[in-house]
Design a protein around this ligand. Structure first.
Ligand code: NAD
Length: 272
């Protein structure tokens, strides 16, 4: 098959949660510039409007839906509106997520009391699980019935390398939430395969975005992550666009229940 057949997403209806910034916006961009009909879902109204305008300037077929993934009613309303607009739903990126605060080590290797187990906040635990984990169940509960009726669908979750390794510089709450997400991908891929619904994840290492107050935009904060990645650098959001296109297109028709790690080799260990 030729590239344009393998990776064709023309006129596919795509919904992306957490699409107004960072990784979700990069997914939206690659979907939109390759001809998909893209629906951005986000809780940040101002950023959502800016993202929609930015994509429209590129000639994209794009709409914004204001919704909080931790609230069933607003999320249901957003998907209802997408279904009314397009009459189908082919691809859903369940991407919205938040940080859980600092890890138990600082970048210089010293212990960080704020991230140690005895000091963790149960309120933060609840909020991170609501946003990173329960939101995915909620999204699946809304979209699976549509996809079953259609006889096809793709759900692409943003997990993390934290799904398969413990973290020191990143909150344990976040790592545990993503570990759960990793298992949700396997579990629901297994259950939904009968209906031709593919469930996969993109599992990034650190990526420069606005998460955690945008700390990775600062060289000082990036340094320990860059030094522990064999490629010696961390990802930009555009580094995730190839995997997004692969998982959304015919190129991955036999792929389900998997996580594509994009981490510059970080999970292999320190090479230098
Ligand atoms: N940046 C990284 O280093 C990294 C690494 C691995 C995985 N991830 C994951 O990638 C995903 C996207 O994060 P990002 O780094 O692009 O962060 P980001 O902060 O740049 O973007 C996240 C977007 O999600 C939205 N959002 C947050 N809570 C929401 C809610 N309750 N309802 C609707 N929208 C909500 C925000 O408004 C924002 O637009 C998250 O699941 C995150 O855990 C990020």
């Amino acid at each position: 098959m030729k590239t344009h057949e393998l990776f064709d997403i023309q006129d596919q209806v795509v919904a992306i949660t957490g699409a107004a910034s960072g990784i979700g916006l990069a997914y939206a961009e690659v979907m939109a510039v390759n001809g998909a009909k893209v629906n951005l879902i986000d809780v940040d109204e101002k950023a959502l409007l800016e993202a929609v305008l930015w994509l429209q300037e590129k000639g994209a077929n794009v709409h914004g839906e204001l919704a909080d993934v931790t609230e069933s009613s607003t999320l249901q309303k957003a998907f209802n509106s997408i279904m009314e607009r397009h009459g189908k739903l082919d691809i859903v990126f369940a991407n919205a997520g938040i940080s859980g605060g600092p890890g138990f080590l600082k970048g210089n290797g010293e212990r960080n009391p704020a991230g140690e187990v005895e000091n963790l906040s149960l309120d933060v635990w609840e909020k991170v699980f609501a946003t990173n984990v329960t939101s995915i169940l909620r999204t699946l509960q809304i979209v699976a019935p549509h996809m079953k009726r259609q006889g096809h669908g793709r759900v692409i979750v943003t997990s993390s390398i934290s799904a398969s390794m413990p973290e020191s510089l990143v909150s344990s709450i976040y790592a545990i939430s993503k570990g759960t997400v990793g298992h949700m991908v396997r579990q629901y891929a297994f259950e939904l395969a009968k209906y031709n619904i593919l469930v996969n994840a993109i599992a990034p290492g650190p990526v420069v975005t606005n998460i955690g107050g945008g700390r990775l935009k600062f060289e000082e904060s990036r340094k320990p992550f860059e030094e522990s990645a064999p490629l010696g650098k961390i990802a930009r959001t555009s580094d995730l666009q190839g995997a997004a296109l692969f998982l959304a297109s015919a190129a991955s028709s036999m792929v389900t229940g998997t996580q594509i790690v994009i981490d510059g080799g970080r999970t292999l260990g320190k090479a230098n």
